[in-house]
Design a protein around this ligand. Sequence first.
Ligand code: SF4
Ligand code: MSK
Length: 635
Amino acid sequence: TKELKKKLTPAHDCTTCEATAQMIDKARRDGVELVFDRAATMKACPIGADSACCKHCSMGPCRLNAKDPYGKVGVCGATIDTIQARNFARMVASGAAAHTDHGMSILHLFGEVVKGHNKDYEIKDTQKLLQVAQTLEIETDGRAYQDIGLDIYEELMKTYTQVEGEFPFAKAVPEKTLETWRKHNIVPRGAMREIMEIMHRTHMGVDQDYENIVNQCSRTALSDGWGGSMVATEISDIMFGTPRPVMAEVNMGVLKEDHVNIIVHGHEPNLFESIMVSTSDATMVEAAKAAGAKGINLVGMCCSGAEMMSRHGVPHAGNFMSTEAVLVTGAVDAMAVDVQCIKQGLGKVADCYGTELFTTNPRCHIEGVKHIEFDEDDPMACTDEVVIKAISRFKNRKGDIQIPKNKNVGIHGFSKEYIGYMLGGSFRESYVPLNENIINGRIRGVAGVVGCTQPRTKQDYMHVELVKELIKNDVLVLQTGCSQIALAKAGLLIPEAAHLAGDGLAEVCETVGMPPILGLGSCVDNSRILTAASEMVRTGGLGHSIADLPAAGAAPEWMSEKAISIGHYFVASGVYTVFGTTFPITEGTKFHKHLFEELEEMGLGKWGFSNDPIEMAHMMIAHIDKKREQLGINK
Ligand code: SF4
Ligand code: MSK
């Protein structure tokens, strides 16, 4: 209707991604609604946005007034600080649960492999296996890889199931950081215990002291970052190979009109690894050719896409805000999804363009969408079926195909291991050159820029502008997830981007031929940033804890509960972490002061917020300079 059209945001104001903008316009011409349109017609609830409401019991739901936060309490007497802290805690719990459930299923698969029950997967990276064993203080001398793997499996399972004591990867945490955690009693036990306790403590009438609730947020978030997520990354590296720099193409131009196009979207590497086998199977390729296609084109989206791009150079069609828009091309023959960040809206859009959409994970069904369960004990049964369905859809393609031409090439796959090696470090002292370059000031500091894209802000804009400003000021940027894809689409994940960097960073990049922006993989792979930070501390010269490092983090367009868990595990690890677009909090409250100031006084990091990417960059740079000053290296 005309009325609706008036409310919609023009495509080029929705996104800076030209391909996505073209598809928004096409969808509107086709009468198909996308996430951008739903956001324009669904105004965000202002009370929820301030986290000033509670529905934890049926005496409510209760709404407080963010403009007068202490003017009222809930029916039970809960204050604004209790209400906000409980809401925040439940976001941490849900985000941590997503990562830990993902990590636990990867570890389960690894267990089946090392027990000899599953022959479809294997130990691919024995070097990484030994490295993880060493961190966990597991004996490796003269032992078979299988036996070492079994011990790793049993030890790491405690990450999830342990009820008392310190979790296994506490051994990977710098000593002084661990001491701070012990002092505040926030060393995780096991993720299940921490998530269970958060849900208990945020039940009506239990924990009603925001500081105590935030402590449990820290313990739970740490069980995600240094636990569930870290296990997922390390075990995926062992089973699928540790990423090394690889060239990959991004954006919708990676789709090929004359090929069967298959997209995998979600977060599970095992589905993707298996579909890679199915799509390269000679019988499948023959079948595709018999259907009139030149071949099969496998493409990733969102985080499993980012992980596969980083590990194998698989092309990537776009980040979270583009998953519906890519279907508007009409060129996607099948999309297989697993878990997390899968919009229910995909179902309708896929229907409109005849794309075969499949859910594959028992945890994620979508009403009206066909489910083909992925079984790790018989992985090809699912992935072969997806490919067959895609070939048949190609044969029967109807409607026009319009593929945006936009495509960029970049380098991805900078694991923590490779960062040291690339800069010229030796095997044992791999981070010495990085630390030296920070100490001599060529590199001012390190920033992690990560997280989602979302329709309440112009897609990719904050990511790209923030990162450009950081590198211009000699800050080396590490990236994961949808943020990495935003910069890749902007064409900046290449060594030539050094010309946008400050003189010092440019000199380092040009000397070693590396980009000033390093893509590390999926949002689960944020744990690589934690291990890189630990390595910087271990190497020496930059203080004794992560909180001492000239480093900062940001998620300027975040949207998921996972992002809150990630943000809080960075804060609890000692990192100043700035979010943008929105933050679920009422300013001027004690809870706000606690997150944004007092946590730092406790020896942890702290939260920050800005909606302006340039201001955000300078908040991070000011923090980096403060740390350099404290280290006595701010010459
Ligand atoms: Fe209201 Fe308290 Fe119940 Fe929350 S727990 S809904 S604040 S009465
Ligand atoms: S997929 S959590 S939108 S980064 Fe990991 Fe992207 Fe955020 Fe989902």
